[in-house]
Design a protein around this ligand. Structure first.
Ligand SMILES: [Zn+2]
Length: 228
């Protein structure tokens, strides 16, 4: 059972590769945002969890989420930890794309993964693409309404596409998130967040393998399979 952690800037294709790996290796794809959303929806009125002696109310976290702010790291890390244990008990491996996001999350989650799956089975892949390519890809991207499949409108046959070829739902541009100025901010945030994480992984005795993310989806996938 393997744990694959995919890192990379916005537009590096982490999500796409995570989905391919999920199918090929029968892994569970864990996304921080989805785990938080799901659990918040199920929460009862007044429900809270206690992490390190502090109470975290679901209603407060829901408000943070709705106003576009980040969840409290102990809250979301705790939920992630619960989910990891659940997947491990089902005897399945995991793929992460863009998680852990914070040093706090990395410090809590990596030891848990090492304990459950063993350090040798944790593979960290960095999808490397240039800043220029990140900006280009994100400003040409649309996503489908139903599954958020990303469609790059670079090739001619995709330019006039109105519906997702995979599920038929409408394609749309992500408001705000994919505007060039916002992408520059996201790229800066990514660098500030990811470099310390890479240092942390190294300190934890894990190797980070760099892969050229500017190749085709199929070639990136091949390189990942070789690397793990
Ligand atoms: Zn779709």
């Amino acid at each position: 059972m393997k744990v694959i952690i995919l890192l990379g800037p916005p537009g590096s294709g982490k999500g796409t590769q995570a989905e391919l790996l999920t199918e090929k290796l029968n892994l569970e794809y864990l996304e921080t945002a989805k785990i938080g959303e799901e659990r918040i929806k199920k929460a009862k009125k007044g429900e809270y969890i206690i992490v390190d002696g502090k109470k975290f109310y679901f209603e407060k976290e829901k408000k943070l989420w709705e106003t576009g702010k980040l969840w409290d790291p102990p809250f979301i890390t705790h939920l992630m930890g619960e989910k990891i244990k659940e997947v491990f008990e089902k005897e399945r491996g995991i793929v992460f794309a863009g998680s852990p996001r914070t040093l706090y999350e990395g410090e809590k989650i990596i030891p848990l993964l090492k304990k459950l799956y063993g350090p040798k089975n944790i593979k960290i892949i960095l999808l490397d693409i240039s800043a220029q390519e990140t900006i280009f890809r994100n400003s040409h991207r649309r996503i489908c309404q139903l599954m958020r499949h990303p469609i790059l409108s670079i090739k001619k046959e995709f330019l006039n596409l109105k519906y997702c070829p995979l599920d038929g739902s409408k394609l749309m541009k992500r408001k705000g998130l994919d505007e060039p100025d916002t992408i520059k901010v996201r790229l800066k945030e990514y660098k500030e967040r990811t470099f310390p994480l890479i240092e942390l992984f190294k300190k934890q005795g894990l190797k980070v393998k760099k892969i050229d993310g500017e190749q085709s989806v199929a070639d990136v996938f091949k390189d990942i399979l070789k690397a793990i």
